[in-house]
Design a protein around this ligand. Sequence first.
Ligand SMILES: [Zn+2]
Length: 85
Amino acid sequence: MAQERGHYQQWQKVKQDFPYGIWRVGNCQNHREAHLARDGKIYAFDHPIWTQSPPGGEFNCHCYRELISAKDMKERGLSPEPLDS
Ligand SMILES: [Zn+2]
């Protein structure tokens, strides 16, 4: 399985295989600008975004995370955001 959604604790169990997460905005009318700006961006498991302002963590937020392996990320020509972004 190349993609998998999950909570942070569950992600921890599979982070060897899926060390990165893609931010996805969910199906919602009023997205936060900050979240729209993150749509499709890749953040490593250790990126503070996942613990400090995680997808779906705020009222009415339908954002979610799609896990991706390093291999898939390379194959798609993608790269993760810097840890301090
Ligand atoms: Zn959101």
